[in-house]
Design a protein around this ligand. Structure first.
Ligand code: FAD
Length: 373
């Protein structure tokens, strides 16, 4: 069903919400959540292969999975046992979630985040604006990241973004029901790719939720909070890119084997054969990088963070180049909206931007190398 409908959903820019809720209620959108909370309790490697499968069919559905999984992982990693018991069964029971970090002035540099969360009695109040949040259009629950200011309702007005003044770099992640008064969700118009993934901006204007919705403590260092949440997203995107590559490889190989030009199948012309070889190498190397990173997650290896960045960087770059190669092999047959390789080409490009752009990944990898020297 997903394979058959993916192009129509892409053109419409919408996924059927009933389908998403159904997948969610079967625990498929966040399959690593432990069974005690209604999940499948998959390890990273098994969840990764499942993510790649969905990614090979429809990157918009896979993007919703990534968001749901990232929200669940943040709750699992930072929530108290009571919060885990309160929220995780909702995410495996059909409710949909999204995770909001980015702001207009805080993209690659999340330390410039200006969303403020302040305590007021038994509640917290959020003010800020998040942008480009995947799946926010569909979400029932928003995991919002912001800076915490203990009872400092007025102190923030003049502080520079990213200065860390008044509220410092203490950060919080807050579970905000999307129907809370003061929340406004506005769809991003006409995204280049993953068009049905429900990207949206979120305005938070004096949004008040119970203080019990603040995950864990109120004094978490911002880098720890965002790195932990993003690590899950990176792993999921990386496996999703493996799926894009597999879909492109299948489509390109099938076309090159069956279409003839100059009296021979395309695949017998050496320059086209080279495209196929490159696509195969791209898929295999991305798969190996993801398998290695997932093994690090499953074994609790100290290399987990760098292996995840490496997997994301390799897979996203390979998917962007590989999808372009697939369009080249299909040429006019794949150069139109409605063909999976055309969709893959648009979707894959965005994977080089999200969850740490190519450049941010390269900087992190370089820092790792320098640190080891
Ligand atoms: P900028 O930070 O302005 O960067 C622009 C360019 O400059 C990039 O190429 C970047 O790599 C480069 N650059 C920036 N700083 C440096 C530097 N120091 N050195 C070298 N190069 C640099 N956000 C969420 O919170 N939740 C989501 O679910 C989510 N989903 C998204 C889905 C899609 C499809 C997209 C496109 C974005 C999504 N985002 C989401 C936002 C995403 O995280 C940001 O777009 C990303 O972090 C980059 O930020 P920016 O777009 O502001 O680019």
């Amino acid at each position: 069903m997903i394979a058959a409908e993916a192009d129509a959903w892409d053109r419409a820019g919408l996924l059927p919400v009933g389908l998403l809720r159904g997948l969610g209620a079967e625990g498929r959108l966040c399959a690593q959540v432990p069974a005690e909370y209604g999940g499948w309790g998959l390890d990273s490697a098994a969840a990764g292969e499942f993510t790649a499968h969905v990614g090979s069919l429809c990157s918009s559905v896979r993007s919703v999975m990534t968001s749901q999984g990232m929200a669940a992982w943040t709750i699992e990693r930072f929530g108290t046992p009571e919060q885990q018991a309160a929220f995780l069964p909702r995410l495996t029971g059909g409710e949909l979630a999204a995770a909001g970090f980015s702001e207009r002035a805080a993209g690659s540099d999340l330390s410039a985040m200006t969303t403020r969360v302040r305590r007021d009695g038994e509640t917290v109040v959020l003010d800020g604006h998040k942008v480009w949040v995947t799946a926010a259009h569909y979400a029932d629950l928003l995991v919002v990241f912001g800076k915490y200011a203990e009872g400092t309702e007025h102190a923030e007005a003049d502080s520079e973004p990213g200065s860390g003044a008044a509220g410092g770099d203490d950060a919080v992640a807050v579970v905000v029901p999307a129907d809370t008064p003061g929340v406004r969700v506005t769809r991003v118009a006409d995204p280049l790719g993953c068009r049905a993934a429900g990207h949206a901006d979120i305005s938070l204007d004096g949004v008040r939720v119970p203080a019990t919705h603040v995950l864990g403590g109120t004094a978490l260092p911002l880098p720890l909070l965002v790195t932990t949440a993003l690590a899950y997203g990176r792993m999921s995107v990386a496996w999703g890119c493996v799926g894009i590559l597999r879909g492109c490889l299948t489509a390109a190989a099938r076309h090159a084997a069956t279409r003839e030009q100059f009296g021979a199948p395309l695949g017998e012309h050496q320059l086209v054969a080279r495209h196929l070889a490159e696509l195969y190498v791209a898929e295999r190397t991305a798969t190996r990088a993801c398998e290695h990173a997932s093994r690090c997650w499953d074994e609790g290896s100290p290399d987990q963070v760098v292996a995840t960045v490496l997997a994301k960087h390799v897979s996203a770059g390979n998917a962007a180049r590989g999808a372009a190669t697939a369009v080249q092999v299909l040429a006019s047959a794949g150069a139109q909206d409605g063909h999976p390789v055309a969709r893959a080409h648009r979707d894959a490009k965005l994977m080089e931007i999200i969850e740490g752009s190519n450049e941010m990944c390269q900087l992190m990898l370089a820092r790792h190398v320098l640190g080891s020297a």
